[in-house]
Write a protein that binds this ligand. Structure first.
Ligand SMILES: C[S@@+](CC[C@H](N)C(=O)[O-])C[C@H]1O[C@@H](n2cnc3c(N)ncnc32)[C@H](O)[C@@H]1O
Length: 307
């Protein structure tokens, strides 16, 4: 009985199938493996635009490709994010490889890159140096390096596995110059070393982490998300280090949780930063805090070279 059922299943699975039939089969299976994500999955495997799928309904798909699409749809149905299933994510005009070693870049982080690029005179001049702390896939540092190929840009992360993927992403953009380093935040770098410090660090508290949906908590790396009991631990430590390590008039650019605007603004003010601003994202939520090192720096460094 079991053997007969298996033979019939193998016969059905071994056949060529039209895109329309496969699409309907997977839609019917339902759950997370249907809808918009399923369309992206089909389009990606067929090498076409998502909106082109309807005109491809009659196209035939061989059994091997159909099996790969079914496997991807199965992963979506289990709750895995589309970016991990496809193995790629778009960030600005970059196409990045992503897997479970790194956080999937979020759209609001593209705005952080815009803010840092708008201030490029501060760090992209000859002799200037920028560091991205907690680079993950490398999305921020790489987007900056592609936009400013002559700049001296560093990318650090405590995860060697994430750095391996970030290096691979950077290798796909040979014009971009990046220095990668495994490090605990900015520990060990000298005072007055950077013209800009940029970070999208984990900002979720342990309680918030426990309440995250399975599609996030079950797949994305915990240490890319959770900061500690309050959610502010890593940001606070990075602010203190940046206050020591930024050159006079250097810039600090942070992405934060929507409920952390007041607290992170206070951290920067307390550390002696000037012109501290909290900015909102496209969804009108507090998302970024920016500050400028004093003109003489906390250690009385002088020779201000830029405003
Ligand atoms: C929220 S993810 C951001 C990844 C990427 N920059 C982005 O915007 O998509 C935070 C990153 O910080 C790294 N991280 C966590 N704790 C760190 C630490 N103490 N020192 C350096 N990096 C850390 C994680 O490994 C993770 O890659």
């Amino acid at each position: 009985m079991w053997r007969t059922g298996w033979r019939r299943w193998a016969r059905v699975r071994g056949r060529r199938v039209t895109v329309g039939a496969l699409w309907a089969e997977l839609e019917q299976a339902g759950g997370n493996g249907s809808g918009r994500d399923l369309e992206w999955l089909l389009a990606s495997h067929l090498g076409c635009a998502r909106l082109e799928l309807t005109v491809r309904r009659a196209q035939e798909v061989g059994p091997r490709l159909a099996a790969r699409i079914r496997a991807g749809a199965g992963r979506l149905a289990a709750g895995e994010p589309l970016a991990y299933v496809l193995g790629t994510a778009a960030f600005r005009d970059l196409e990045l490889r992503v897997d479970r070693r790194v956080l999937i870049p979020r759209p609001e982080t593209e705005q952080l890159v815009d803010l840092v690029l708008a201030d490029a005179a501060r760090w992209a001049r000859p002799g200037g140096r920028l560091v991205e702390v907690g680079t993950g896939s490398g999305c921020i540092a790489l987007a900056l390096a592609v936009a400013r190929p002559a700049a001296d840009i560093w990318a650090v992360d405590c995860s060697r596995r994430a750095l391996a993927l970030a290096r691979r992403n950077a290798a796909a953009y040979p014009g971009a110059r990046l220095t990668f380093q495994a490090n605990d935040l900015l520990r060990g770098f000298p005072a007055g070393h950077w013209d800009a410090v940029v970070a999208n660090l984990p900002y979720i508290s342990s309680a918030e982490y426990a309440a995250l949906p399975f599609s996030v908590r079950g797949y994305e790396p915990r240490r890319a998300l959770e900061s500690g009991p309050t959610g502010l631990e890593l940001i606070a430590r990075c602010v203190r280090q940046a206050a020591r390590q930024l050159r006079p008039a250097g810039g600090l650019y942070l992405e934060i949780g929507a409920d952390q605007g007041a607290a992170v603004t206070a951290l920067l003010n307390h550390a002696g930063f000037e012109r501290v601003r909290c900015l909102r994202d496209w969804a009108d939520r507090d998302r970024f805090v920016l500050g400028v090192q004093t003109a003489v720096g906390p250690l009385g460094q002088e020779n201000v070279t830029h405003a």
